[in-house]
Design a protein around this ligand. Structure first.
Ligand code: ZN
Length: 361
């Protein structure tokens, strides 16, 4: 009996010892592997003038928030510091879209999503800004300017949806006030929406004062916000890629990222859709990657897009979506000024009969 008890006791002791050894050997590793988030980076301080840009590492500006496939995340790792973390503090500019299944099994899709920290107003697009080379070979970013516009913008949205892919849109403020419902379709489809001034003014023109340039920028963003009912991304593209120095400095103080491009499709002067496809593919095959500038405002672009997206897929190109880390805080004076300018009705829910009554006839 004593022997039997001894055997049981020895057995229990052995299990405890083995468990303890296992715990001390493996648990620190598990603990290290566990956190899926990192603390958000502290915002860089702006210089007093706002014109001097802080020297910042690429990984500070761009963060990979989602890798769609294992294959694409492998490409990512070599180019920029990949992180699976989603910073918790700022409000995301693009609300997370409910994941809808792609009906096209052979779609171009989105290979990865990058999140941009727009602090200090970083510039993108090698035609003007060479600091942040974040695209890997065969990666493209699709961008569309000058919308929203009837027929053409919806056609662009359909072509993108058919390929389950995403783009960045730079709408003109005035157009956003003409066709807010179309712009809401753009945002609802999960695309990134920035702004492209109020009236497409050349902000590098000598005729434009600093105040007018500021008005064009802010009113443009406020118009997009008014149309969307939500704050736009702090992404801006200068009309005609005319980068006025004062406006550049101003955008820096507003923490708005500036978009030039790597490849200009020159779609606005193309004689037909085929010419746009040829221009883009020829340039792309030479450069191997890049931010592509197109216009959802243009009929030929809308017509060219299904073919162009098919050619991108066939050529082994992958689409990267750019998103902002936080939404732009528009300025109240411009939000309010816009409502006044547009002579929008004051909000009243009182029925007509309560407001206007015939008292004599
Ligand atoms: Zn434009």
């Amino acid at each position: 009996m004593r022997n039997a008890l001894g055997v049981i006791l020895a057995g229990v002791v052995s299990v405890v010892v083995i468990t303890a050894v296992w715990f001390w050997t493996y648990s620190p590793r598990l603990a290290l592997a566990a956190p899926d988030t990192v603390s958000a980076r502290q915002a860089a301080r702006l210089s007093a003038t706002g014109s001097a840009k802080p020297a910042r590492a690429l990984a500070d500006e761009i963060e990979v928030t989602a890798a769609i496939s294992a294959k694409s995340s492998a490409t990512t790792a070599s180019t920029i510091a990949a992180s699976t973390a989603v910073p918790s503090a700022p409000v995301p500019a693009t609300p997370v879209q409910p994941k809808t299944a792609c009906a096209n099994p052979d779609a171009l899709g989105v290979s990865r999503v990058v999140e941009i920290d727009t602090t200090g107003g970083p510039g993108f697009g090698f035609e003007h800004f060479k600091q942040f080379d974040f695209l890997a070979d065969k990666e493209v970013v699709l961008t569309f300017d000058d919308g929203p516009w009837p027929v053409n913008t919806p056609a662009v949205l359909k072509a993108l949806a058919d390929e389950c892919t995403k783009a960045v849109f730079f709408p003109i403020g005035k157009h956003a006030t003409y066709h807010p419902a179309i712009l809401r379709q753009v945002a609802a489809a999960g695309h990134t929406v920035g702004a492209h001034t109020w009236s497409h003014a050349n902000l590098n023109s000598k005729k434009i004062s600093e105040q007018q340039a500021k008005d064009e920028v802010e009113k443009g963003f406020s118009a997009v916000k008014l149309a969307l009912g939500a704050a736009p991304s702090p992404f801006f593209r200068f009309p005609e890629l005319q980068h006025g120095p004062a406006a550049m400095a101003y955008l820096g103080t507003r923490n708005v990222a500036i978009f030039s491009c790597d490849l200009d499709s020159f779609d606005f002067r193309a004689k037909d859709a085929a010419q746009i496809v040829n221009t883009v593919m020829t340039k792309l095959d030479k450069s191997g990657k890049g931010i592509i500038l197109m216009h959802d405002f243009q009929k030929h672009t809308a017509e060219a897009l299904p073919t162009l997206l098919g050619r991108l897929k066939a050529g082994g190109y992958k689409v990267v979506q750019m998103r902002a880390k936080a939404a732009l805080q528009t300025l109240a004076e411009y939000d309010e000024g816009l409502v006044k300018d547009m002579k929008l009705p004051t909000a009243s829910t009182r029925p007509l009969g309560n407001v206007v009554q015939t008292v004599s006839q």
